[in-house]
Design a protein around this ligand. Structure first.
Ligand SMILES: *Cc1c(COP(=O)(O)O)cnc(C)c1O
Length: 422
């Protein structure tokens, strides 16, 4: 059974200072998980996790990961700026962007990030834009087709906009070497939110074999292989979580099988995990404010899709706990709705839950990654606060909620605030 990391009593304490809705993060969970990840890959001397900033772009949280040696995986200007501001620079940044604007390459080069190219045409574009090709450079691989693990299809790289084809990779490495690149990386992200210990080892085997061929045929000095993101979390209560130790061990095995005999035992393994690092250690806390009995039974809460888009966008499941009713029978069927003028603004549809009364606090689980960060301002709704629940039980505001002033701040040409009477 899924249990929230926060109690009703603690939420009642927090709301006295910071009203709902808010995203709450679990410092203890974040620390324990990153420690386990590091242990699982400790066999690889150069191992490094570059946290995918887009998942949870909060400097307070990234600073926790930084204590364990994590870098940042960025894909936009502001993500680069955020890393820079935290003091994460140089080769501690992996710039894995796509369809990249020139000014982002310029900024990435300025902060010394490792540039991970998404396309063969970006080689010339990068050279023209920054005036040279960096000594260390990486290319993103997309084999096309479907990505399978023991006969089940995990994802569809052939439909994905990312990466070089196999042929382009060989040609791209040669072009880069001719232009002065010395140290190479290989990157691939072929399946998202995988809840199986086989994804990384299967991906690693494909990439290791490719790296051996690339080295043999082009002579490139391959320094790292970046397995990127994709390790998932069990959003549904009956899913079995990944075992990061089994995953690390699975990658070690294929490393010994493929890279070591090819004389490539010093290659570093990099990861760019986002979801796995944070999703289970964040939740969205919201209050039931209305009930509605029409063609269905509705409970309206004070959060909406602006705070958590995944259900509206992908029909994603987020488990819900009604605080204080953890052990009550789930004998009521509800749609849990936000207040947007969009019928897909529902956190749950036909969900069996305990009887909910107005004033109850609901915890939406696993919102620590791709939760707050995907938010937007539709219907003029304002983004929520983010709060850190510390190991000692205290709580700290790590991003305040937006105010109308923030929402109107971009109307430089029209001073709405001046004309407002409140
Ligand atoms: C989104 C993304 C990640 C992180 O993916 P998760 O599924 O959150 O682990 C890593 N690398 C790149 C390039 C991405 O776009």
């Amino acid at each position: 059974m899924k249990k929230p990391f926060v109690t009703k009593e603690k939420v009642e304490e927090i709301v006295k200072k910071y009203p709902t809705p808010f995203h709450l993060y679990d410092e203890r969970g974040i620390r324990e998980n990153v420690k386990a990840l590091k242990e699982a890959f400790a066999w690889n001397k150069g191992y490094k996790e570059y946290f995918a900033v887009k998942a949870t772009p909060n400097p307070f949280l990234i600073r926790i990961l930084r204590e364990y040696g994590c870098g940042c995986d960025c894909s936009s200007m502001t993500e680069l700026m955020l890393s820079d501001a935290i003091g994460i620079r140089g080769e501690d940044i992996m710039f894995s962007s796509n369809n990249t604007p020139a000014e982002e390459f310029i900024y990435a080069d300025k902060v010394g990030a490792i540039i991970n190219l998404d396309d063969i045409t970006h080689i010339e574009f990068l050279e023209k834009t920054i005036g040279h090709i960096p000594e260390t450079i990486s290319c993103r691989y997309n084999p096309g087709g479907v990505f399978k693990i023991s006969n089940s299809i995990m994802d569809n790289p052939g439909d994905a906009k990312y990466g070089f084809t196999t042929e382009q990779l060989f040609e791209g490495y040669r072009m880069l070497m001719a232009k002065g690149a010395k140290k190479f990386g290989l990157h691939a992200f072929l399946a998202s939110n995988t809840v199986t210990n086989e994804y990384y080892p299967t991906l690693a085997k494909d990439m290791f074999e490719l790296a051996v061929r690339l080295k043999k045929e082009t002579g490139a000095d391959i320094r790292f292989i970046n397995l990127s993101g994709g390790i998932g979390v069990p959003y549904e209560p009956d899913q079995k979580p990944n075992d990061i130790y089994a995953i690390g061990e699975g990658v070690r095995k294929v490393f010994e099988e493929v890279l070591v005999p090819a004389g490539m035992g010093d290659v570093a393994i990099y990861t760019e995990l986002g979801r796995f690092m944070m999703a289970p250690y964040g939740c969205l806390v919201t209050k039931a404010i209305h009930e509605k009995h029409t063609h269905k039974e509705y409970v309206g809460v004070d959060a909406c899709a602006v705070h958590l888009m995944r259900p509206a966008m992908y029909g994603a499941y987020h488990h819900i706990t009604v605080l204080g009713k953890e052990n009550a029978p789930c004998d009521h069927k509800y749609d849990i709705t936000g207040s947007l003028c969009e019928n897909n603004d529902k956190f749950a549809i036909d969900r069996m839950l305990p009887a909910i009364e107005k004033g109850d606090y609901l915890v939406l689980h696993d919102t620590g990654a791709h939760g707050f960060s995907m938010g937007y301002n539709y219907n003029g709704k304002l983004k929520s606060a983010e709060i850190l629940l510390k190991e000692n039980g205290e709580f700290e505001l790590i991003r305040r909620a937006e105010t109308p002033k923030d929402y109107f701040a971009t109307f430089d040409c029209f001073d709405i605030l001046k004309n407002m009477e409140y």
